[in-house]
Design a protein around this ligand. Structure first.
Ligand SMILES: *[C@@H]1O[C@H](CO)[C@@H](O)[C@H](O)[C@H]1NC(C)=O
Length: 136
């Protein structure tokens, strides 16, 4: 019995490690108001696609998150059919959510997405979604 549960545990760990993606939450905000915690007044650091976001404290990494790219997918939300099925976006971190000039639609999320990025993966009238995200 003991041996069997050990075996199950090991399988579970392997399963978890086989994917580098994390699960977390995302909110959205309106147009960013420069300066950002990452790039100051440097507007050229914003991707022209408007696919960007702010790092929550979990991924801020003392500023090392600046410029990192994440693949983000909506997995669920409070209201059914909020996620746009099959959509994955790639965003660039340009700010720290905690100190951002824009107010997020929800506090303390893993990241805050630009309106453009959020609406590409979910109904933009939602204020909070559950996401799967992975640095690329
Ligand atoms: C988005 O959500 C709102 C509020 O729940 C709903 O009224 C609207 O129909 C939804 N839009 C789409 C495209 O599903």
């Amino acid at each position: 019995m003991w041996k069997r549960s050990l075996f199950l545990c090991h399988c579970l760990l392997l399963f978890i490690h086989s994917s580098d993606a994390d699960v977390g939450t995302a909110a959205h905000y309106g147009p960013p108001f420069l300066p950002t915690a990452c790039f100051g007044e440097e507007a050229s650091e914003f991707p022209s696609s408007n696919m960007f976001g702010s790092a929550g404290e979990g991924i801020w990494d003392n500023g090392a998150a600046c410029g990192r790219q994440y693949e983000v997918r909506c997995i669920s939300a409070a209201a059914p059919r909020t996620c746009i099925a099959g959509q994955t976006i790639q965003i660039k971190i340009v700010d720290r959510a905690l100190s951002s000039r824009s107010r997020p639609s929800s506090d303390a999320t893993s990241m805050v997405l630009s309106a453009t990025a959020f609406s590409a993966i979910a109904n933009s009238s939602a204020s909070l979604i559950n996401i799967e995200f992975q640095q690329v």
